[in-house]
Design a protein around this ligand. Sequence first.
Ligand code: DAH
Length: 339
Amino acid sequence: MIAKINQLLEEIDALTANNAEELEVLRIKYLSKKGAINDLMADFRNVAPEQKKEVGMRLNELKNKAQDKINSLKEQFSNQDNSACDLDLTRSAYPVELGTRHPLTIVKNEIIDIFARLGFSIAEGPEIEDDWHVFSALNFAPEHPARDMQDTFFIEANPDVVLRTHTSSVQSRVMETTQPPIRIICPGRVYRNEAISYRAHCFFHQVEALYIDKDVSFTDLKQVLLLFAKEMFGAETKIRLRPSYFPFTEPSAEMDISCNICGGKGCPFCKHTGWVEILGCGMVDPNVLELNGIDSKVYSGYALGMGIERITNLKYQVKDLRMFSENDTRFLKEFEAAY
Ligand code: DAH
C-alpha cells in the first residue's frame, strides 16, 4: 500500500496539462469518486491495524498534494484566459482631456498681477484660525456687535478656533512678524455660516491688501483704488467712496465702481443706480497697529478687501454663485479662452 502511495505521489508531482480539458482528465483520473486515490481509500479497510496510523497519514498527504497540484494547474489556465480576452495592447489610448483654469483663479491672478506691479507681494495664512487673528487683533472687542456682522463657523466645541471669516486675519499674522514697510496682498478662501443660494455661499474667496509705512495717507489709498479699478474693468471706469464702518480701519469706506455692464446708465445688475459696490477699505486703525506690535506714532497704513466672486461676476456675469463650486466642466470650459 505504501509503495502504491509513493508511486502516485511521484506521478502527481510530475503532472502537467496543456489546457483545461487535459486538466479535467487528470482530475477525474486521480480525484474523482472512481479515481485512483479513492480506490486506495477503499482498500484502507484491509490494512493491518498496526499500520493504519501511518498509512492513513500518507493517504491524507497524497490526497492534499493531488488537490493542490490540480488547483495550481487550474490557476495557470484561468490567468491565461483573462489576459487573452480582456487586454488589447494595440488599442489606442483614450485622449487626455486638458482642464481649464477656474474662473476664480483667472480673476485672482489678474488681481495679484495688478498689485504685484505696484510692489505688493503675496502673504498667506491658515484657513482654520484662532479668534485673536480673525477678530481680537483687528480691534473687534469681545462683545463688539461687529462680530455679528459675520456668521462664524467654530471648530468643534472650542470657541477660540474658527474658520476664518475674512482674509483680514492675514494682516495681523504679517504685522506680528514683520516691521514696516509692509506691502502685501493675501488671496484666499473664507467661510461664513450662510444658507447656500444663488447669491450666497458658506465659503468664498477674498483678496486683502495691506500697506504700512511712514506717511501713508488716504490719498495713497484712493490712488491705488482708482488704478486698480481702471486696470481691472477698463480705463473708462469711475470710482466713488462711501463712508462706512469696519473695526480695523478708521476712517473706513466702501468703494463703488461705475457699472461696467451698462457703462453707468443703469441696468438690473446695478439696480438702476449706475454703481456697484466692489470692496471695503480704510486707514488701518492705530489700535490695530499697536495690538500687532507696530508703533502707530511712527507708521500709518491702509487696507482693503474684496470678494473674488463679486469681481468675477462683474467681469463675466455669472448669475448663480453655486456654479463656482460645482465643477461642471461645461461651465468651466467657457473660460478656456480667458487666460
Ligand atoms: N474684511 C472685510 C470683510 O470681509 C473686508 C475689508 C473691509 C477688508 C475693509 C479691509 C478693509 O482690509 O479695510 O467684509
